[in-house]
Write a new protein. Structure first.
Length: 223
């Protein structure tokens, strides 16, 4: 994926200065220890899944440790042993910008959006509409909040298309669902405990459809 130039500013509790320039695309980069996991479908479609700690031999998620710092801690709980820490940074231009993790081992991972007027925000559906806005945690979405689009990569030639949250300035981050172009429905990855494979299932229960299975992948190039 071609990357555009961007300005990144580490969060330090002070005001953040954003300069004009090209809009950065969504970007992910595995580190020397933490590897980004991707779901890979039978026809080659990829979607962001999580983080794999190669030293521990298991998945981890970034959350606050006992010192108040962000660390990639084992997903099953616990924090014993050496972990990888990260700092938050902002990248982008306009009112809503990307917030990313930059870990000590070189990992870069999207970590939601940041409203430069009101702070951290996340996509939320405006009640009674089909519109999404970037809304602070715990607040009710309104049309006064910055708008979001839920875009789809319709040109990658796969049955399951990646979906992105997109700001008015063109900033993107992965949505955690796919668009099934054959059935014209959204679906989410589900791994049954009794099966070695997993499936992209629609939100409506009771639909009997033949969906593409997937497995974990660690591509060497950012998809």
């Amino acid at each position: 994926m071609l990357k555009r130039a961007f300005v990144a500013v580490v969060l330090a509790g002070c005001g953040t200065d954003f300069q004009g320039g090209p809009t950065p695309e969504v970007a992910e980069l595995s580190g020397s220890r933490l590897q980004i996991e991707w779901w890979e479908t039978a026809d080659g479609a990829l979607q962001l899944r999580g983080i794999y700690d190669t030293q521990r031999g298991g998945e981890c998620t970034f959350r606050l440790d006992g010192t108040g710092a962000l660390a990639c801690l084992p997903s099953g709980g616990g924090s014993g042993g050496v972990v990888v820490h990260a700092a938050l940074e902002l990248a982008g231009y306009g009112r809503v910008v990307n917030r990313r993790l930059r870990a000590d081992d070189g990992l870069i991972l999207p970590y939601g959006f940041f409203d430069t007027v009101r702070g951290p925000c996340a996509p939320a559906l405006v009640p009674g509409t089909s519109e999404y806005t970037c809304t602070p945690p715990g607040a009710v979405a309104t049309r006064e909040d910055p708008p979001f689009d839920l875009s789809v990569d319709l040109d990658d030639g796969h049955r399951l298309e990646r979906r992105y949250w997109t700001t008015t300035e063109g900033l993107r981050q992965h949505n955690d669902t796919f668009w099934d172009s054959e059935l014209a429905i959204e679906c989410s990855m589900t791994a049954p405990s009794t099966s070695p494979t997993a499936y992209c299932l629609p939100p409506s229960a009771g639909l009997a459809v033949d969906l593409t299975s997937y497995e974990l992948a660690f591509p060497t190039v950012d998809p």
